[in-house]
Each structure stands twice: as C-alpha cells, then as structure tokens.
Design a protein. Structure first.
Length: 219
C-alpha cells in the first residue's frame, strides 16, 4: 500500500510526535467573528471584525501494532503518545502543528484532547483533538520624543554708563528707557555700590551719584 504524501506532526520545542495513522478528514474553521446587532428601524446590522484564530480538529487512533494503515514503523506506543500530548498540555505552552504537502504550519494551543479504547484492535487508542491557532501579542511600542530642555534666553549683559556732571537717575532712566519713572531699575542694579559710595543714599535712594561713577543699566 502506497503511503500518503502527508505527514501529521505535532511538536513542542525539540519534542516531536508524528501521528502513525492519518485521519480520514481534518476540519479547519476560520470564524470571522462578525457581530450582528439589532437596531431599531434598521433591523440587523453586521459589523465585520478581524478574522478570529483558526480552529483545527481531527480524529484518528494510536495503533498498538504496525499494519497497512500505519504510515511508518517505529511509532510510539499508544500510552507514550498520549502521555506526550498530555505533558504538552500541562506545560501550558503552544505546540507546532504541521501537515506536509499543505500550507498548514501553525503555532497552536491544544483546546481539547480525548482518548478511549480502540474499536479496531486490542491495545489501540482512539482519540479526538482540537487545536486553535495561537497568536502571540506583543505590546505596541510608542516612541516618545525625548524632552529637550528649552534654553532660557540669556539675559544680555547690562550696559555700563559713566555718570556725567549734572546727571540724575531720573534723567538717565529717561535717556535709556524713554521713561524717567524707571529710575528704580538703575537704583536696584547699583544699590550696593551707590550706598558704599555715599551712605546718604540709604535715606535718599539714588539721589547721590557722582561724575565718573559707573552705573549698570539693566535691559
């Protein structure tokens, strides 16, 4: 009897299992997951969603002995094959399902696995298995722009004015600011130096300035 070109494999890491007997059929469903909602005056409205994961199911049996129905020799005993699948289920990790000669090559979760005494020969074990496509989800990375420290505008260095005979802070403020009432800016910028030059500036702020004295004119 010519063997099939198809090979059914299930694996988890380096641990692999090739099914000895091919199933008569394999069911692959791909539920679109569309939602239908009843809306007053419009009837049913359908919202088309992204396709859901594929579901694959098939039935076969693990034979005790080699026969014309088995695909290869040296296959595992029914007990070992069942123990392998149950171990994979306990590991809570996806398995790889591959069918050679087809496009079926998926990471899957084992959704259901049942087995019973075989109906053909003593020692065989019938089984049903349902697999569901396993899609890994990784959080989307959002690139955040690095916050750049805004450079504070550097204050321009104050101008220096040399006092002339007859000058007052009132007149100097009018000359530089266009407003004589701004004389206190000059006073605050030069207070220490002006008091040091004449203590009389303590009682009469900015009143006592002298020719040749250098004053800072803040901007």
């Amino acid at each position: 009897m010519t063997k099939s070109v198809y090979e059914f494999w299930l694996s988890q890491g380096k641990d692999k299992l090739r099914f000895p007997v091919l199933p008569e059929k394999i069911d692959v469903t791909n539920n679109m997951g569309n939602e239908t909602v009843k809306v007053a005056q419009f009837g049913e409205v359908t919202f088309i969603n992204d396709p859901n994961a594929k579901t694959i199911s098939f039935s076969s049996y693990f034979p005790k002995k080699y026969s014309p129905l088995t695909e290869y020799k040296g296959f595992p005993s029914p007990e070992n094959a069942i123990a392998t699948i149950e171990r994979w289920i306990k590991n809570k990790k996806p398995v790889r399902f591959l069918v050679t000669g087809t496009k079926i090559n998926l990471n899957c979760s084992i959704e259901a696995f049942t087995h019973s005494e075989g109906q053909k020969d003593i020692g065989d074990r019938d089984f049903d298995i349902t697999l569901k496509e396993y899609k890994t989800v990784s959080p989307r990375k959002i690139k955040q722009k690095k916050k750049t420290k805004k450079k504070r505008p550097s204050k321009s260095a104050p101008k220096v004015y040399t006092v002339k005979k007859g000058d007052t802070l009132w007149h100097i403020a009018g000359r530089f600011y266009g407003n004589s009432l701004q004389w206190r800016k000059i006073w605050n910028a030069n207070k220490k130096a002006m008091i040091k030059r004449s203590k009389r500036n303590i009682r009469q702020p900015g009143h006592w300035i002298f020719p040749g004295q250098k004053l800072k004119i803040p901007q």
